[in-house]
Design a protein around this ligand. Structure first.
Ligand code: SF4
Length: 429
């Protein structure tokens, strides 16, 4: 990257011990791919989307580029109010629908804890705006934060509770909507789009970045896992009411606030059969880790319409290192994807993207082979929510040539003309 370009880059950000964020007087922002510096192309920078969040990363000094030499410099301290103080790196958590292409440039070796599970992305400041390296993979009005106004939600919940006898699942989802700000839970009460049906307390995996259960970890899971098994009657009542009245209605088993739904496959299959006996409207979807092909067949035969199977990698060793599966393997997940297509389910992969791993040439080859073999319909490009250093410490190979996340997406799109790339579940019309 030429000096001219370096000067065009936004300024590096840093935070003081209270988390107040500042731009550096001359160092420019940098971005990482895995644990290596990765050039930032000014073309690949976008104004940070409005509903993104900013984080400061305690005990992790920021790293910035000297615009004259191109040297990467770690900034341990900054003068703040006349006193030198330790400073921290700053990261962006991008608005849903946007894919980060670079990790923050930070020195993680001094921290003694694992960061909470968020998708930390690089961010800088210039012309009174925050700038992030990334791109929009899908705009979807159904998930646009501008369409979620809690002034509408509270009366909607009261109205819902008046008309609907309610139960423990509706109470659980009220907490999800009002305290965890889960958009899907808000939709249930706002009677529109995609609504959640969490059912499972257990899981047969132990993902490094699990959102609902982190036993013994130095950080809390971002969601509280459901503590009961809802009744078939309540599941059916909630689902039928939603499918019958909501525009572009989807009900989804498998949420961030639960374990693996296939551990409750019989309850799900019986519920779907009864839902479809009462209504043919909308889409019934299952978000899953795809660990039990035979159970997917049972659920599919009960009337399921679509399925979203999650994976962080199309390489068995990388998959195993992240999911830490119990009594199933990557081959079961591949069999589930193929079976879902053969059973004519609208089949989506929930691909958890991480710069420096997902765009390794070997990974793109493996993902290409998996899509070729299974014929999936839709590929979610989801930013993987995890402490970057913790993830890299646990992955088999972290170096090697990387093509860049944007180039990876373009290459898949070129290779598979019929494959949809996006970020959100799709109604099956
Ligand atoms: S599959 Fe889901 S619930 Fe199970 S450990 Fe992974 S993230 Fe958690």
């Amino acid at each position: 990257m030429t000096a001219r370009n370096l000067k065009d880059l936004p300024f590096m950000l840093y935070a003081d011990p209270e988390g107040r964020i500042y731009e550096h007087p001359h160092l420019r922002m940098a971005g990482f791919s895995g644990s290596s510096l990765s050039p930032l192309d000014p073309e690949g920078l976008m104004v940070m989307p409005e509903f993104s969040k900013l984080f400061y990363i305690p005990s992790c000094p920021p790293m910035g580029l000297d615009p004259h030499t191109g040297q990467l410099i770690t900034v341990q301290e900054m003068d703040m109010g006349g006193n030198p103080e330790a400073c921290s790196a700053v990261a962006a958590f991008l608005e849903p629908g946007f894919v980060r292409t670079h990790l923050p440039a930070a020195e993680y070796r001094q921290k003694t804890f694992v960061l909470p599970s968020w998708a930390y992305g690089a961010v800088g400041f210039k012309d009174d705006q925050y700038w992030s390296p990334g791109f929009e993979v899908e705009y979807n009005e159904r998930w646009d934060p501008r369409h979620y106004d809690d002034r509408e939600l509270v009366p909607a919940i009261s109205d819902f509770k008046e008309k609907f006898s309610g139960g423990p699942l509706a109470d659980h989802l009220t907490t999800c909507a009002t305290e965890n700000h889960c958009f899907a839970a808000k939709n249930l009460f706002l009677k529109r789009w995609e609504a959640p049906l969490p059912v499972s307390r257990r899981c047969n995996a132990a993902c490094l970045g699990c959102l609902s259960l982190q036993p013994g970890a130095s950080f809390e899971a971002s969601h509280e896992r459901i503590r009961f098994t809802p009744s078939k009657d309540e599941i059916v009542a909630l689902a039928v009411a939603h499918l019958d009245h909501a525009p572009e209605a989807i009900v989804s088993f498998g949420q961030g606030c639960e374990g693996e739904p296939l551990t409750e496959y019989e309850l799900i299959a019986e519920s779907i059969s009864e839902i479809r006996r009462q209504t043919q409207k909308g889409t019934i979807n299952l978000n899953t880790n795809g660990s039990f092909p035979d159970r997917i067949r049972k659920v599919a035969e009960s009337g399921l319409d679509s399925i979203r199977i999650s994976l962080n990698s199309a390489r068995p060793d990388f998959y195993g290192a992240y999911y830490r599966p119990k009594a199933y393997g990557f081959e079961d997940v591949v069999a589930s994807i193929s079976l879902s297509r053969n059973l004519d389910l609208y089949t989506m992969l929930n691909y958890l993207v991480f710069p420096g791993i997902s765009d390794q040439a070997a990974e793109v080859d493996a993902l290409t082979a998996l899509i070729l073999k299974t014929g999936v319909n839709f590929l979610h490009l989801k930013n993987l929510c995890i402490d970057p250093a913790f993830y890299l410490e646990n992955m088999p190979v972290t170096g090697g040539p990387c093509m860049g996340i944007r180039k990876m997406a373009d290459r898949l799109k070129e290779r598979f003309a019929d494959l949809e790339l996006g970020y959100f579940n799709q109604p099956v019309l």
